[in-house]
Ligand binder design. Structure first.
Ligand code: SAM
Length: 203
């Protein structure tokens, strides 16, 4: 597929994300995608890590937002990895991506690389477990962009909490608090769509 215009590609990928969600395949929501792309365009990170590949929608968006970036993307689900492989191939991005079919926590524990940008979009109850590893692998001035941190409104509003989700909600609250109080990071919580937390490692 040969298309050069970023806005046109973004439109195609946002349509793809709608198709994915209609088939119950998770994919980044439109306003979150806009903010994600804006930050990648502004900061032009070279090495990007993504936790939660799914169909490759957000990964492809980030690669188009910085055409010099290389993406490492992790997903525990083999079928998702295969679908993402097809997405990246369709958009001519295969040479700029490494897809890791792995559990994200295990990957992070063994990771020796550093990254300029991390998109955290995996299992929500695990974000708190990722934190010590993410803190180490993010470069100075780098950004950690976390999606779904408000978890269907449950994190900010007790009356919305579904009992069987209480552990995820408690873990997300702890994650938001710990990151807010970390002196090495600037944190910004946005009540947009499912909630975005942007963490910037100070220089
Ligand atoms: C919200 S989706 C990612 C959506 C994708 N970032 C996008 O916008 O196109 C979350 C993904 O995390 C994956 N996942 C769940 N648990 C995981 C784990 N322990 N390690 C790695 N990936 C995991 C799921 O298979 C799913 O594909």
């Amino acid at each position: 597929m040969k298309v050069n215009n970023f806005e046109e590609l973004k439109k195609q990928l946002l349509n793809f994300s709608v198709d994915c969600r209609e088939k119950y395949i998770p994919a980044v929501r439109p306003q979150t995608a806009d903010i994600l792309c804006d930050i990648v365009v502004k900061k032009q990170p070279h090495k990007i890590l993504e936790i939660g590949t799914a169909g490759g929608c957000s990964g492809a968006l980030m690669l188009f937002a910085n055409t010099d970036a290389f993406l490492t993307t992790i997903d525990i689900n083999k079928d998702m990895c295969k679908m993402a492989e097809q997405t990246f191939a369709k958009y001519g991005l295969a040479g700029r991506v490494k897809i890791e079919n792995a559990d994200a926590l295990e990957y992070l524990k063994n990771c020796k690389e550093s990254f300029d940008f991390v998109f955290v979009d995996g299992p929500k109850g695990q974000y708190i477990k990722y934190w010590d590893y993410l803190k180490k692998l993010i470069s100075k001035g780098g950004t950690i962009f976390c999606d779904d941190v408000l978890y269907f409104g449950m994190v900010l509003d007790d009356s919305k909490v579904i009992h069987k989700k209480i552990t995820i909600v408690r873990n997300l609250r702890e994650f938001i608090n710990i990151t807010k109080n970390d002196a090495e990071f600037e944190s910004q919580l946005l009540d947009i769509e499912d909630g975005i937390l942007i963490l910037e490692k100070k220089l």
